[in-house]
Design a protein. Structure first.
Length: 179
């Protein structure tokens, strides 16, 4: 299995957070107690695309596989494609409501809830994949993204990057140069 440095770092950090969050638990009295290190967790991930859809639909499957491997089987994630548990455009609401633990979708779908959300994804004629990753991870973009999603109880993270959308978003059909 060969993965790039960014993906490897992201998976290691995710695994560490999950591992350490599962190592102890604070009771109502504020006393920290140890949890069983053999306890396992099963999460559901819903997506906005069909299961195993070439490109976008393969990233959630790879992520689930890597998390399972890196957690030694303590955390398994079952991936559901659009329409298997919920429609593709209901990913945000279901994660926000806690119906499922994790979702994989495009931030631009949530413009009606968070007007700035398209900035964190593939905008028409927007930043290249490298530029977007640089802004998110070294230019304050991730902090801004977290701030925008916080009222909904969602912690966003980059889970793939297709780069700019070259077609654009238009209100009317384009049929000629004049259009």
């Amino acid at each position: 299995m060969k993965i790039n440095l960014f993906t490897k770092t992201l998976l290691i950090l995710t695994s560490l957070v999950l591992f350490t969050s599962g190592c102890s638990k604070e009771s109502k009295q504020g006393v920290v107690t140890k949890l069983d290190p053999t306890q396992t967790y099963q999460w559901k991930m819903i997506t906005s695309w069909p299961k195993n859809f070439p490109g976008l639909g393969m990233a959630p499957e790879k992520f689930a596989k890597y998390v399972n491997e890196m957690s030694g089987g303590r955390l398994t994630i079952k991936v559901y494609g659009a329409g298997e548990l919920v429609p593709g455009f209901e990913v945000f609401d279901n994660v926000s409501q806690g119906t499922v633990e994790i979702g994989h979708s495009g931030s631009y779908y949530w413009k009606g809830k968070i007007p700035a959300s398209p900035l964190f994804g593939a905008l028409p004629f927007g930043m290249t994949a490298t530029e977007l990753n640089a802004w998110l991870h070294y230019g304050g973009g991730l902090e801004l993204w977290h701030e925008q999603y916080k009222p909904f109880g969602i912690i966003p993270m980059a889970g793939g990057n297709t780069g700019p959308q070259f077609g654009g978003w238009f209100k009317k059909e384009i049929n000629s140069i004049d259009d």
